[in-house]
Design a binder for this molecule. Structure first.
Ligand SMILES: *Cc1c(COP(=O)(O)O)cnc(C)c1O
Length: 513
């Protein structure tokens, strides 16, 4: 049976003829015109399929969802099944993303942190690592005289780097370099990255800030010669495969609720930064998952909250990133939001012309680049509001919420959340208050990190409780052990492009020996 599958287009392209395959979209990451890849249409499912899906395991559900977006030419079914199985075998929970039901009455917590690095990015990056490997092998088997290698270069403020490293360690023909600002990430985050001994992985501890690291990475990608020499690849959240992998847990957790309460009215609350996590919820909703609202929970870096509350859909970057207690959500511009804007702009067009939507987006993002903002218009922000709501949460509220959840949780009792999840829980409380207890909503708050990764905020919130102990109640044995393992640290004394390139050159020679 041959089913047609979407092709992939750039959000900024006004030419459907430029559409490419799933494989190309994954291997390229970002489009040449600066846009992000989106599927040419969103597959929808029938009520009958929905009923069937409700009984599936996480892996089987992932397969059903992904096969709607990936053609047999890109990955044959049997290989896709195998990739999924391998990607989630590294998780500590059989359910991959278990739902803690009724942590408080009608509030459920979707635990996304049971992967190797204890943060939600593993759900996507374990899969992406295997995809890269699969597509490289496919190419190299077909072209034995022209073996392709891939060199991943990235900058991290903590979570992405370790998730990428754990997704790519030991993979054939792939080398990984992750830059991080020396002394500016948490101890556990540094240990997670530097205790990896695989030969194909090297972290670079750079004297400087995260922005310095990120700028160097951008410059490296802009260096045509270096890029050509090493075939550079990116793992940041613009890669479509990351969004695709995240769709599964929306359906999976929705079914956990709807299998018990038919016609349950579900709201998802999602701690958001780059908008990758919640965008997967948008795709799930468009595919046919019944959902009342997707609630964007932001910290004090609130570009998304400001957009949704504006009259004319003003999307405006703020001048400075604020450093908050939820650092993985400290962003100026929310890159994946561009994908949502494309679909919103497209839906507003009476002729539903995808090429026109591309040219609208192209103009908006040109304006953003020159003026730091643009207006998407009131009809776009109105359309967004039918599915999305938003809340912004202050640092003080994060601290209070960690304590409140610890005190109020019923199942399990004394439930401990990390500061990112606390942004989500505070947003959930706000929604509950606005909706009223009688509204009958079920709230699923996404938990994006294990509390052990953010010890300072968690301890600050809970140290007043007599029987609380970080060592006993929070720190998993696996993370405790990290501090005694040997570390592979490469210091880079200045945040300087030429210096970083020289170090990468030298390390690649050493890796190939
Ligand atoms: C990356 C991250 C987020 C934000 O997710 P986006 O997809 O960027 O919106 C939230 N919490 C944690 C712990 C993260 O690592």
């Amino acid at each position: 049976m041959s089913r047609t599958k979407p092709t992939y287009r750039s959000t900024r392209s006004s030419n459907t003829n430029e559409n490419i395959s799933f494989e190309s979209a994954i291997m390229k990451g970002l489009a040449k015109d600066g846009g992000l890849f989106i599927p040419s249409y969103i597959p929808t499912i029938s009520q009958e399929q929905l009923d069937k899906w409700s009984k599936l395991s996480f892996n089987d559900l992932a397969f059903e969802i992904m096969s709607l977006y990936i053609s047999e030419d890109d990955i044959p079914s049997e290989s896709l099944k195998e990739i999924i199985k391998r990607s989630y075998s590294t998780f500590r929970s059989d359910e991959v993303t278990p739902l803690a039901k009724n942590v408080e009455k009608n509030i459920h917590v979707l635990e996304l942190f049971h992967g190797p690095t204890y943060a939600f990015k593993d759900v996507a990056l374990q899969f992406v690592g295997n995809l890269f490997e699969y597509f490289l092998n496919k190419h190299n088997t077909a072209n034995p005289d022209n073996v392709k290698q891939l060199t991943i270069v990235g900058a991290t403020s903590g979570d992405t780097g370790s998730a990428a490293i754990y997704g790519l360690r030991g993979k054939e023909n792939i080398k990984v370099f992750i830059l991080y600002p020396n002394g500016r990430i948490s101890k556990i985050q540094e240990e997670q990255m530097t205790t990896i001994q695989d030969k194909n992985v090297q972290t670079l501890s750079v004297t400087g800030t995260f922005d310095n690291c990120q700028n160097i990475v951008k410059e490296i990608f802009g260096d045509a010669e270096f890029n050509e020499k090493y075939n550079l690849g990116a793992v940041n959240s613009i890669n479509w495969a990351r969004i695709l992998a995240q769709i599964t847990y929306y359906f999976y957790s929705y079914f956990k609720i709807s299998n018990e309460q038919k016609d349950a009215k579900v709201k998802f609350v999602v701690p958001s930064g780059n908008f990758g996590d919640i965008l997967a919820g948008f795709f799930a909703a468009k595919m046919g998952m019944p959902v009342e609202k997707l609630v964007i929970a932001t910290n004090e870096n609130d570009i998304l909250d400001r957009f949704l509350k504006s009259e004319n859909g003003e999307y405006a970057s703020s001048n400075d990133v604020k450093a908050t207690l939820s650092p993985a959500m400290d962003i100026l511009i929310s890159s994946n939001f561009e994908r949502l804007l494309w679909f919103l702009a497209y839906e507003q067009l009476s002729d539903k012309d995808a090429d026109k939507a591309g040219s609208i987006l192209n103009n908006w993002f040109k304006e953003l680049k020159t003026n730091g903002k643009f207006e998407a218009g009131s009809s776009v922000v109105k359309a967004a509001s039918t599915l999305f709501d938003s809340e912004s949460v202050q640092d003080l509220e994060i601290l209070q919420t960690i304590g409140k959840v610890y005190e109020n949780s019923e199942n399990p009792t004394k439930y401990i959340i990390d500061p990112h999840t606390a942004v989500g829980m505070k947003a959930t409380y706000n929604q509950l208050e606005k909706d009223g207890k009688d509204a009958g909503f079920q709230y699923i708050c996404l938990s994006t990190a294990h509390p052990a990764k953010f010890a300072d905020a968690v301890n600050k919130s809970l140290e007043a409780f007599n029987d609380y102990s970080f060592e006993k109640d929070v720190l998993p044995e696996e993370l405790r052990k990290l501090s005694s393992l040997p570390k592979k640290i490469k210091l880079v004394s200045r945040a300087n492009l030429e210096l970083v390139k020289k170090v990468i050159d030298e390390e690649i020679i050493a890796m190939d020996q």
